[in-house]
Ligand binder design. Structure first.
Ligand code: DGP
Length: 113
């Protein structure tokens, strides 16, 4: 099992502004926000990346997206928002625990850097 900062946040060994929790996942505010709203939705199962997930993880992945959508609705992001999964070195992933970025509260640019 991998140990990352996010595992420690799940265990409450590192403080975080937690927005949502259930049996399968945790959502908390990013420590270095890139938008007025910037949360991370992570599975409690310590999958290192999206690439490490398999077909059996599809229900969990769907749940994470659904939680992100519900949080966006609850935070009143009526103008829209962006979900991002950085995967691996080329994807810009810096923490080896699968996470979905939920970004909102400003107009996003495309393409991303
Ligand atoms: P990524 O680059 O896609 O792996 O995103 C990792 C994100 O995790 C990055 O936006 C910063 C955030 N982050 C890193 N360490 C911590 C931490 O200790 N607490 C919180 N809340 N966020 C963190």
């Amino acid at each position: 099992m991998i140990e990352t900062l996010f595992t420690k946040i799940i265990r409450r060994e590192i403080p975080a502004r937690i927005e949502y929790e259930d049996d399968l996942c945790l959502a908390f505010h990013d420590v270095a926000p890139q938008a007025p709203i910037h949360l991370l939705v992570i599975p409690k199962l310590p999958l290192p990346s999206l690439a490490a997930a398999g077909p059996n993880d599809a229900p969990l992945l769907g749940h994470l997206v659904d939680v992100a959508r519900t949080i966006a609705t609850n935070l009143n992001l009526k103008q829209g928002y962006r979900l991002v999964i950085n995967c691996g070195i080329d994807g810009g992933q810096s923490v080896d625990h699968l996470h979905i970025h939920l970004l909102g509260g400003r107009s996003m640019q495309w393409p991303p850097g």
